[in-house]
Design a protein around this ligand. Sequence first.
Ligand SMILES: [Zn+2]
Length: 83
Amino acid sequence: MGKTTRYRFREYHVTAVADPMALPTFEARCVTGEEQDCAATSGELNTPEELTLWIAGHCAQTGHQSYEQTTRTVVHAEPGAWQ
Ligand SMILES: [Zn+2]
């Protein structure tokens, strides 16, 4: 974006939502595997503890040790004034 940019963009203020319905969710995916990931997923969980439990359980069953962890949160965007 230089001085010659012809488009203008609104400025957005993005804030975390305190809404109890918008609590973060946690998900783990097993990425253990040589040519292909195992790809087992925990599904959406509500606490990091549940996530750890799922990983511990999957690891105990399969011996798999590599996981990808996702935390999903809802944010609220508030349009600001044109610049
Ligand atoms: Zn696995």
